[in-house]
Design a protein around this ligand. Sequence first.
Ligand SMILES: *[C@@H]1O[C@H](CO)[C@@H](O)[C@H](O)[C@H]1NC(C)=O
Length: 343
Amino acid sequence: TGKADALWELASQETGVLRLALGRAVVAGGYKGELPALNEGAGAALWILWQFVRWGGLKYPGLKSFAPDKPGEIFLMDLNDENPRAVELRISRGFDLASFNPHGISTYIDKDDSVYLFVVNHPEFKSTVEVFKFVEDENSLVHLKTIRHQLLSRVNDIVALGPDHFYATNDHYFFNSILTFLELFLGLPWSNVVYYSPTEVKEVASGFYSANGINISPDKKYVYIADLMAHRVHVMEKHANWNLTQLKVLELDTLVDNLFVDPYTGDVWGGCHPNGMKLFFYDPENLPGSEVIRIQNILSAKPTVTQVYAENGSVLQGCSVAAVYSGKLLIGTVFHRALYCEL
Ligand SMILES: *[C@@H]1O[C@H](CO)[C@@H](O)[C@H](O)[C@H]1NC(C)=O
């Protein structure tokens, strides 16, 4: 449709415009593990947790970064507000903020209404998963634990399955940028998906060129994985032992980065890079553009793929994620700004 109006750029802070990093909006309605009906309107507490990094965001081997050396931050936006603003969440003492370099995020709402936020972190270019508890009254995050594991070597995105278990994608085998480029250009399908719990950690899917965004269907039966370099979205079936088997693959003509699942419709939204070369070899004279696609009826024999937004980079560069709520669309990027649209 391409009709999205750019209404608003995220709130300025003293350095200028806030930049949205790689990440995924996670919707938590009323913190009850259930979403409010859409027509409940402003009364319904609907929040979108989103990660931002000021001025250029995620620092990642092989990717452009506009960032001076500043730690990452986590922001909260309430899309029920008439003029939604990104509010920085305070992070509890004891957590090493100086090396905070957030990447993929996911939330889990427990039976007791606790909201857990899982954040992929790259302190000193290593990979960890940080688990926080969200304290609504204080707009703060209490750090609970740091998870490290040799199978979580180069984590990109994460989807929480419980208060201490999740699936994570390793987008590459190597972390070193030269070896990563070799891996990409040799086309080594060494990227995988790992299941983590305190008692068991294992690879549950493999053979990806660069497993990137990961998300789960509203009924929790299917897992969607974006293989960025392969231009594919994999639909996986989840089994009782947490293993994943492939149901089908969607071939797309764009590089799908992160996936958002609309909890009301089950539609899968992808933030996409129409041209990988422009993304990886940044040239201010030849900017990377942005694309957002919506996949409807993904489990059916004929899913419908719609291009909802496409732009040449003059407005938005390097789109990596898109999320919708109640006719509002938020688009985030790898290192550029975020866009708030009304559909
Ligand atoms: C990008 O799109 C804008 C708006 O449509 C247009 O003015 C501009 O010339 C385009 N830039 C390039 C490099 O094509």
